[in-house]
Design a protein around this ligand. Structure first.
Ligand code: FHN
Length: 455
């Protein structure tokens, strides 16, 4: 069984395929940007100005902390990676014909949302169109969409409605690059093939038209999640202005081609940052695949999944954890079961994640801390003996306790905080300790914890 150990700032061991894809992506991005902009790939990036997000929209999104990412489409029939398998190993004409066999009759949007709720997830982002160009909604701008498959149902519409019914927010992933569309400059395999003829202006109109459909017909969206902004530097600002005009409180990620409202570290936990919102997008798949990888794919251990969430929240970031539904329309039971375990943990400890901010003790191998009101939550993942010490803080700790009960001893001096928790009282993965203060915890400056563990 592959073991995963994720700590703040670390990088998940990416599966070679995913690592190759990322390298390929980086090369493609550079080539794409240079190709479209007619500039050298090292042209200085000076993203144009765009309207900032509404602070209350950022706050609402940050308070949710944990979302479900869903990568789905006809490619699930092959159990290979979405878009990246188009052209190699799946021949383009075979890949592009899959939709004619796409009939996931067990697709039930309410069941997907139920799985997300059971996992403690507070928002959901679906790939409405990935780089392969297939659209999961009733778009009027191309026939290459789910209404022309045997399913003949508007997946985006059903999922958006189910999210509204069950009280979680809905967001749309929309790929700016489209290797299927004849006007986009690059095509498969892997976006590495330059088209002889293309029309980026026409494609950009198509893109803006589809984004308008998604926001107008299925909104309000919590976010527009653009991806792989190759060829769009200088154009992404149009996306941001359009989205803000259609829905002023929408949040847009940083992959528009001209930046956006929040950063999106991928397959790794972002760095501690209280000023720039961020969200780590991660796969639950043991092999780092975004689309369903078949019955043998497997899932990451519970400890790794929880540590993603704890390290992200400790760094003031969100986690968007991806599932890849099966070709019959159901979420893989192994993935659903792992999410249920995360939801059970959050049912006990969610107050130390949802609605909190990161810090004041910065994440590290020791664990992480979060805070809300006059309280700090310590998430201790690594113990060296029964006692650990933290640096001094300019606040008086009025109470210290294990969040779920048990015995803990605590002392505070000018030199710092000392806590002791007997092994029998510690949790298997994360021992959560609540420290009540005599002042608002957000007024404390961030502090590093001794490298290699507290104390
Ligand atoms: O190429 C895509 C990939 O398939 C996946 O959708 C991820 C999710 O963040 N985004 C791109 C790689 O950065």
């Amino acid at each position: 069984m592959k073991t995963w150990k994720l700590t703040a700032g670390s990088t998940a061991r990416a599966c070679p395929r995913a690592a190759l894809a990322t390298l390929w992506l980086a090369a493609t991005l550079l080539k794409g940007a240079a190709l479209a902009a007619g500039e050298s790939a090292d042209a200085p990036k000076t993203p144009p100005k765009f309207p900032p997000p509404l602070p209350e929209a950022v706050k609402r999104w940050q308070e949710r902390r944990f979302g479900m990412f869903i990568h789905w489409g006809p490619v699930s029939l092959t159990a290979k990676e979405i878009s990246w398998s188009r052209g190699a190993p799946t021949p383009i004409e075979v890949y592009d014909g899959l939709y004619q066999r796409f009939n996931p009759t067990n697709f039930n949007a309410d069941e997907w949302v139920r799985v997300a709720q059971a996992g403690g997830m507070k928002y959901l982002v679906l790939t409405t169109k990935h780089h392969d160009g297939f659209c999961l909604w009733d778009t009027k701008l191309t026939d290459y969409n789910v209404m022309n498959s045997p399913l003949h149902r508007d997946v985006v519409g059903e999922l958006a409605a189910a999210c509204r019914r069950q009280g979680i927010a809905f967001g749309a992933y929309y790929s700016t690059c489209d290797w299927h569309h004849p006007d986009f400059p690059l095509t498969s395999p892997g976006g590495s093939v330059k088209r002889e003829r293309f029309d980026l202006d026409a494609y950009n109109r198509y893109l803006l038209g589809q984004i308008s459909e998604l926001i107008t017909n299925y909104g309000p969206l919590i976010t527009l999640w653009n991806d792989v902004p190759q060829s769009f530097e200088g154009r992404g600002v149009n996306t941001i202005k359009l989205a803000r005009r259609l829905q002023p409180d929408i949040l847009i990620n940083d992959r528009t081609g001209d930046g956006g409202d929040y950063d999106t570290p991928e397959q790794r936990i972002g760095d501690f940052n209280l000023t720039r919102p961020w969200e780590s997008c991660m796969t639950i798949s043991a092999h780092g695949q975004w689309a369903w990888g078949g019955p043998e794919d497997g899932v990451k251990p519970l400890a790794a999944c929880l540590e993603m969430l704890i390290a992200a929240a400790g760094g003031d970031g969100n986690v968007l954890l991806n599932v890849g539904p099966r070709p019959d329309g159901t979420i893989d039971p192994e993935q659903a079961a792992r999410l249920k375990e995360m939801g059970d943990w959050l049912a006990q400890y969610g107050q130390s994640i949802y609605g909190t901010r990161g810090g004041p003790f910065k994440p590290g191998k020791w664990g992480a801390s979060t805070r809300q009101g006059n309280r700090i939550y310590l998430h201790v993942l690594t113990w060296e003996g029964d006692t650990f010490r933290l640096p001094a803080i300019p606040a008086k700790v009025t109470a210290a306790r294990l969040l779920r009960g048990g015995s803990l001893s605590f002392s505070q001096t000018a030199a710092g905080l000392t806590l002791a928790v007997p092994a029998a009282e510690r949790a298997a993965i994360d021992t959560v300790i609540a420290l009540d203060l005599d002042m608002p915890a957000m007024e404390l400056a961030p502090l590093a914890v001794t490298p290699g563990g507290p104390g």
